[in-house]
Design a binder for this molecule. Structure first.
Ligand SMILES: Nc1nc2c(ncn2[C@@H]2O[C@H](COP(=O)(O)OP(=O)(O)OP(=O)(O)O)[C@@H](O)[C@H]2O)c(=O)[nH]1
Ligand SMILES: [Mg+2]
Length: 434
């Protein structure tokens, strides 16, 4: 049992009970003799606490596959805590993070990619992230993998038969057919993996650090890109002293913008710490936006920052383009003040990240899945090399071993053969109540 809605005050708060005793415990809470009718929202009173709506979802047609009761109360932490402690008095225990979804997985309601999709859906910041997670929850990846596994299974069965009957000289699959089928499998797997880089960027998001010397307009650009005036902007050089972050949606990508202190020899220890943090943010960022003042000539400080970032993925902008042009033609000209050039800047950021701005959700977004699919690909490709070799019987056994490995990798994706520590790691990411 757990509170399934976020901590804090809200219109409604939901307590979810799952397991064989869920309905009985719920009934004692609401002092009701008659059973709760399945899938009916029932208006009931919880003694001296609240009026609630209780809904009973009998297993196996519930979120977890077990009996589930959801109690929707007024969203006050006091009331929800009262319901939780009353339920504990009735014999319920608090759920672990992700335990409801773990049970759904263990009860075969969903497979592992679908469970992972639930967490991704909850974490989604951009609509594209949400759609990619939703597709995965709907089973698109599950189906694609099942399709590949079905082909593998079929090949394995025929090869095994060939090995069993090899004395008699039977072959249930001709060498050419085998190597053709393996080639097709490789194409299917690699086209799935191909979308993986964009998919990972969509799912995981990335960090974009804005750096430059003081007063060039980093915070102004940060505010303009995030559409909020989060960072303080003044004409005093050294205004920003700490890292400020804001998550934005950059053409479907979840981008954490990081505004940093201007890089210069620091005047005091606070600024020194700010500059150190700015350097660290720059070093870990996926992309660096270097800002120079486009209305003044580059000086030694600008040159130093440009030198320091020459080897990283970066975009350089000349800000304050509205104040005049100092002829830095190689840099993109923008104005945080007027908004000129911001559209081009967004496009340039996408180009620097080397991801296509596309609306369709990527089929595969999760590094775990990508890595396992790559493993499956390697196994199939080894199988194909073995199938190409002469010496029928021996090569069939090699091919079989490789195909079994490929199947094992796919089963690890789906969760049928996933090590316990990996499972624990996956479900630890969830919030309590999901
Ligand atoms: N005209 C004009 N002024 C700008 C533009 N962008 C920023 N400014 C001004 O430049 C000054 C410095 O802007 P900030 O955004 O605080 O600069 P910063 O790089 O964050 O400065 P530090 O935090 O001190 O490193 C402010 O007075 C801004 O109003 C611009 O595009 N055009
Ligand atoms: Mg600033």
């Amino acid at each position: 049992m757990a509170v399934a809605t976020p901590a804090g005050r809200s219109g409604i708060g939901v307590v979810r009970l799952s397991g064989a005793g869920a309905e009985t415990i719920a009934r004692t809470l609401v002092a009701r003799d008659r059973p709760l009718q399945p899938r009916h929202a029932t208006f009931v009173r919880i003694a001296a606490c609240d009026q609630v709506v209780a809904t009973f979802f009998p297993g196996p047609h519930s979120y977890t596959g077990e009996d589930v009761v959801e109690i929707s109360a007024h969203g006050s932490p006091v009331i929800l805590a009262g319901i939780v402690s009353a339920a504990m008095g009735g014999g319920a225990r608090l759920a672990e993070p992700g335990e409801f979804t773990l049970r759904a997985f263990l009860n075969g309601r969903i497979d592992l990619p679908q469970a992972e999709a639930v967490a991704d859906l909850i974490d989604a910041v951009t609509p594209l992230q949400a759609r990619a997670a939703f597709d995965q929850l709907e089973g698109t990846l599950t189906d694609a993998i099942a399709g590949i596994d079905q082909t593998l299974f079929d090949l394995v069965a025929r090869l095994e038969a060939s090995v069993d009957f090899s004395e008699e000289g039977y072959h249930f699959i001709a060498p050419q057919e085998l190597s053709g089928a393996l080639g097709q499998l490789m194409t299917r797997i690699s086209s799935l993996v191909a979308d993986g880089r964009r998919g990972r960027l969509v799912r995981e998001g990335l960090q974009l650090a804005i750096v430059g010397k003081p007063n060039v307009g980093k915070s102004s650009l940060f505010n303009a890109l995030s559409g909020a005036s989060r960072a303080i902007v003044t004409d005093v050089p050294g205004t920003t002293r700490d890292l400020i972050t804001e998550v934005i949606d950059l053409q479907g990508l979840r981008v954490t913008l990081v505004d940093t202190a201007g890089l210069r020899p620091p005047a005091d220890i606070v600024e020194a710490e700010g500059v150190a943090r700015a350097r660290r943010a720059r070093d870990v960022a996926d992309l660096v936006l270097v800002v120079v003042d486009g209305s003044a000539p580059l000086d030694a400080e600008d040159e130093e920052i440009l030198d320091e970032t020459v080897d990283v993925r970066r975009v350089v902008v000349s800000n304050k383009a509205d104040l005049g042009d100092n002829g830095q033609a190689e840099f993109l000209r923008v104005s945080a003040r007027t908004g000129d050039g911001l559209g081009a800047l967004r496009a340039e950021l996408m180009r620097a990240l080397d991801v296509e701005a596309r609306d369709d959700p990527p089929a595969i977004t999760n590094l775990r899945h990508i890595a396992l699919l790559e493993r499956a690909y390697d196994s199939v490709s080894r199988a194909r090399a073995a199938a190409g070799a002469d010496g029928a019987r021996l090569s069939e056994e090699f091919v079989l071993a490789d195909l079994q490995e490929a199947r094992a990798a796919l089963e690890e994706i789906s969760g049928r053969r996933t090590p316990d520590d990996v499972l624990a790691h996956i479900f630890a990411r969830f919030c309590i109540g999901k």
